[in-house]
Every structure is written in C-alpha cells, then in structure tokens.
Write a protein of this length. Structure first.
Length: 315
C-alpha cells in the first residue's frame, strides 16, 4: 500500500521515478518500492516525503481512486505520437512510466493508442516479447471503433511481426479484412494505399509476383487520385523486383533507369543483361553501389546478384 501511495503522490506531482529517486535511492529500488516488492526504511520514507512536499503519514493513507484527467492524457498521447512520427523515442519512457494502460477510466480507443505507443517503442528497442503483447492489445482495443490511422498503424506493425515468422497467410487475412472494412467508407484515402502496399509486399514475399504487380497498379491509381507519392522508392523497388521475376525485362529496364536508388542499379544491370546489352550490364554491375547486406537479406535481389556475378564473371 505504501508503494502505491508513493506512486500516486509522485504522479500527482508530475515527477518521474528518476526525478524522485535522484540522490536518495536508485530508480530501480524506487520501482521495487512502488510495486510493493520491498519495504523502504524510515529514513528513505522521510527523504521521499520531503521531495514530494508531504508527510510520511500521507504514505500510510489509502490510495485514492481519483479519476485521471482525460484531457491531459489525450494531450500526452498526441504529444508522444508526434514524437514517434518524428523518429524521437528518447523521452517515451517517461510516458510508459505513468502506466496509463492500467487506468480503467480511459476509453478503449484511447487505451489502444497508449498500447500502440508502447508497441512502437518496444519495436524501436528490439523487445519483441513486449512488442507482441502491446500490439495485440492495441488491435483488440482499437477494433472497438471505426478503422482509423491508429488501427492501420497497429495492423502494419502486426504484419511486420507475422512477416518475420513467414506467416504470410495470417498477414493476408488481417490485411484483406482491414482493406474490405476501409473500402466500406472510402475508396480513396491514405489508409487504403497503406494497406494495399502491405498486401502487395506480402504477395511478393509469397512468390505471387503477378498479384503483387496488380496491387501496385492499384496503389498508383489511388496515388494519382489523391495527388500523393506514397513511399515512392520502396514502391519502385517492389515493382522492379516483380518485373524481374515475371521476366518483363524491357519494362524493368524502363522503370529501373528512372530511379537513382542503388538497389535499382542492380535491377537495371540485370535488365540490360537480359536484353542483350552485355557491355552496359557489365559496367553497371562493376560500379554497383548497393549495400551487400541488404542484397543478401532479399531473396530476389540476392538471386539476381548471384546470377549476374556468375554470368558476368565478377567475384
């Protein structure tokens, strides 16, 4: 009870665990106190109470079941969503510390946004177990309302996890269900394009290159309607790999020659080789400026690289 009460007073004072513990105890030890795992000494309680501007007796009172300020929570959620959008994860642990996921008063969709923030953070830190827990919870909570961008973010994160497991069928089920639902409301919006891109990627990974190409054509159509250029480089590379695997080398050379992406240089050399322009293929392959690791990680690009290496005589 003391630990819960310390945590409550700390949150009311808008202090992080680091700020309260600084110079008194370690943050880890304070965390254990708040969880009730250890009982602090009287000396520690006195120092904590002084920093919190309260008395030790205040720690002995029952934890109040106060209602969090919903407006403040929503502001914080929006603030950290923007931080992540900008690629800034450095301060998100302060938000996670507040444990808003345990606040019963937060409506399900907003709680889903909280779990989504956690999931993005743990994806960034590489904690797959916590990422899985929070993305599943985010999907569950966000599905209680009409599909929005937060739900689409959660779907794409989940698909990324499934892709690592090569669970392509499960990925497609989730993506196509989401697309079907979105299309009930609008045929042309960014959410539609984002989901179609993931579907095209998934079919490509399944070796269904023609189907993937058809979804790419839909992306281009939607992009023209919305006058946007969604993930241009990624889309160009995906289109190029599909064309290579479908044997459409003339079309591939046209697409690849319009891009300055290093990986598209490889596809351009391949197209020139298959079109019989051996000298140009050799020159392009010799001057290839692509990351070897990125090539090795992609089964299509690695097979093309191996073929050119063998055919053109480079080691």
């Amino acid at each position: 009870m003391i630990g819960q009460r310390i945590k409550e007073i700390r949150n009311n004072n808008n202090l992080t665990q680091e700020e309260l513990a600084d110079g008194i105890i370690s943050r880890t030890y304070l965390s254990l106190i708040e969880k009730g795992s250890v009982h602090p000494s009287t000396n520690v309680l006195i120092k904590l109470s002084e920093r919190l501007n309260c008395s030790v007796n205040d720690f002995m009172q029952e934890v109040s079941h106060f209602r969090y300020n919903d407006v403040e929570i929503l502001r914080e959620i929006a603030y950290y969503e923007q931080k992540i959008e900008q690629g800034d994860y450095s301060s998100l642990h302060y938000f996670i510390e507040k444990e808003y996921e345990g606040v019963e008063q937060i409506p399900a969709p907003d709680s889903g946004r909280v779990h989504l923030l956690y999931a993005k953070y743990f994806k960034h830190t590489g904690d797959r177990r916590k990422l899985t827990i929070h993305i599943d919870r985010a999907l569950e909570l966000l599905s209680t309302v009409s599909i929005n961008q937060a739900y689409i973010d959660a779907v794409i994160l989940k698909v990324g996890l499934l892709a690592e497991e090569e669970a392509h069928e499960a990925s497609l089920d989730l993506l196509e269900d989401t697309l079907y639902t979105i299309l009930h409301f609008s045929e042309f919006d960014l959410g539609v394009i984002r989901i179609i891109f993931e579907i095209a990627q998934c079919y490509h990974e399944c070796g269904e290159y023609l189907t993937s190409s058809r979804f790419i054509a839909r992306i281009k159509k939607h992009s023209r309607m919305l006058n946007i250029d969604y993930r241009r480089d990624d889309l160009s590379l995906l289109e190029g790999k599909n064309l290579a695997m479908l044997g459409k080398v003339e079309e591939l050379e046209t697409v690849a020659s319009q891009s300055r992406l290093p990986l598209m240089q490889l596809l351009n050399s391949y197209a020139k080789y298959r079109n019989g322009n051996i000298r140009a293929a050799e020159e392009g392959f010799k001057n290839l400026d692509s990351d070897p690791e990125m090539i090795r990680q992609d089964k299509v690009l690695s097979s093309i690289h191996e073929e050119l290496e063998e055919r053109l005589g480079f080691i």
